[in-house]
Design a protein around this ligand. Structure first.
Ligand SMILES: [Zn+2]
Ligand SMILES: [Zn+2]
Length: 168
């Protein structure tokens, strides 16, 4: 019976995510009735595919015989082209825009920040370097500025970067 074989396949549904990174529907293909044009949490438009390469955003993994109820967290990078998704990119941009407004930073600091920020989102060999550099800059900023920058990116920072920046 062919349908039994079909059932054994694992397939990924498409995820519908808002531009700010709220998961709107992790089963956009199998449950299109739950799709929304705009996010009910923040009002941002929603997307189903990478804005850079148009690859669909992977959603719920349908595995035969397994009913998963785990919450889906949006990925930070497109797994087809490696470009940061809009919600990652907007946080990187907001953090840099804020850094441009803060006192106590040199142009070199801002340049270092621009180069280091993307590595805070992933766990790569350069993440500890980037996190240490970020922390140094963060401590240099007067008042609450450093905390504000961290608040923008902490929701997308990798576990390793968070440990270095926030652990002691
Ligand atoms: Zn949203
Ligand atoms: Zn892509």
């Amino acid at each position: 019976m062919a349908w039994l074989e079909d059932n054994e396949e694992t397939w990924y549904d498409t995820a519908q995510i808002c531009l700010e990174g709220h998961m709107v529907n992790s089963c956009a293909e199998s449950q299109p009735e739950s799709n929304k044009n705009f996010c009910s949490k923040c009002g941002a438009a929603t997307i189903l595919a990478c804005s850079k390469c148009s690859a669909k955003i992977k959603g719920h993994a349908h595995i035969s015989g397994v009913i998963s109820t785990r919450e889906h967290k949006p990925e930070k990078f497109c797994d087809s082209c490696g470009h940061p998704y809009p919600w990652s990119e907007s946080r990187l941009k907001a953090a840099l825009d804020l850094a441009a407004e803060l006192d106590g930073l040199t142009d070199q600091d801002r340049d270092d920040l621009r180069k280091s920020l993307p590595d805070l989102l992933r766990d790569v060999p350069n993440t500890p370097v980037a996190a240490t550099r970020f922390k140094k800059i963060f401590l240099k900023v007067k008042g609450k500025g450093g905390e504000l920058i961290w608040d923008i990116i902490k929701s997308v920072a990798s576990a390793e970067a968070t440990k270095i920046i926030h652990g002691g």
